[in-house]
Write a protein that binds this ligand. Structure first.
Ligand code: SF4
Length: 234
């Protein structure tokens, strides 16, 4: 083979490799459990936890997803999801949208007929997310240490089936959240969830504040924390 032939062969082979390369994502874990929060609470659900997050919330309970993980082909992820025989799939993290190919995964899951939700920090643009996906989007209150990361323009990309979640660690966080609801008419966009930080605010205290102020929000406790004390894999 001449040098020229070898070069053409090598270019062709490189092109084929790129073409044949499967779409991959870095995955921390895939597990079958019970949905512990938001509107699908209580349903058997497969969780796909993507690795990595650009935020560092003080009370983060999934720090193990910041690093590591394994590269998995999207076809392979879909095959594992199918093996569990569920209707509900939740794509979470970390911050799943930090990996661009998450958008492809979401679309493929919807195409396969699953009821798909996405848990996202609210710091990254949600506008390209498939509209069939139910977004559960955080607004970060001050005690998270990441309130400056709230991308407020995301509010304009929420659909009625989406949810806004505010995790509350103190009375000051509660007042911030109450003001955010009023200022941005959040409850007119979609369901608003208030959730206490485990061990920081007494759940009953938060419930009573909501009742006292007659807020148009839904109180929630995380079922998986009650059932499994937040162990990984649940
Ligand atoms: S956005 Fe979520 S995963 Fe990232 S640091 Fe905050 S709580 Fe943890």
């Amino acid at each position: 083979m001449s040098d020229k032939d070898a070069s053409v062969a090598s270019t062709t082979s490189a092109a084929m490799t790129v073409e044949a390369m499967p779409e991959r994502l870095r995955i921390t874990e895939i597990f079958h459990s019970i949905q512990g929060e938001a509107d699908a609470i209580g349903w058997r659900t497969v969780f796909i936890r993507l690795t990595g997050c650009p935020l560092r919330c003080v009370w983060c309970d999934t720090e193990y997803s910041f690093y590591g993980g394994n590269w998995r082909a999207i076809d392979d992820i879909l095959a594992e999801v199918a093996s569990h025989g569920v209707k509900y799939v939740c794509v979470t993290g970390g911050e799943p949208l930090a990996q661009k190919r998450c958008l492809i995964l979401l679309q493929r899951l919807c195409d396969a007929g699953y009821d798909v939700s996405l848990e996202t920090s609210g710091a990254l643009d949600v506008s390209p997310v498939d509209p069939r996906v139910r977004k559960v989007m955080d607004l970060k209150a001050p005690d998270s240490g990441e309130a400056k990361r709230n991308l407020w323009s995301n509010l304009d990309h929420l659909l009625p089936h989406d949810q806004i979640k505010i995790v509350i660690a103190s009375r000051a966080d509660y007042e911030w959240a109450r003001n955010a609801v009023a200022e941005h008419a959040l409850e007119q966009r979609c369901m608003v969830l208030f959730s206490p930080v485990h061990g920081a605010v007494q759940p009953r205290e938060l419930a009573e504040w909501i009742i006292e102020d007659k807020l148009p929000v839904r109180f929630q406790l995380q079922l998986h924390k009650l059932l499994w004390n937040d162990a990984a894999g649940h």
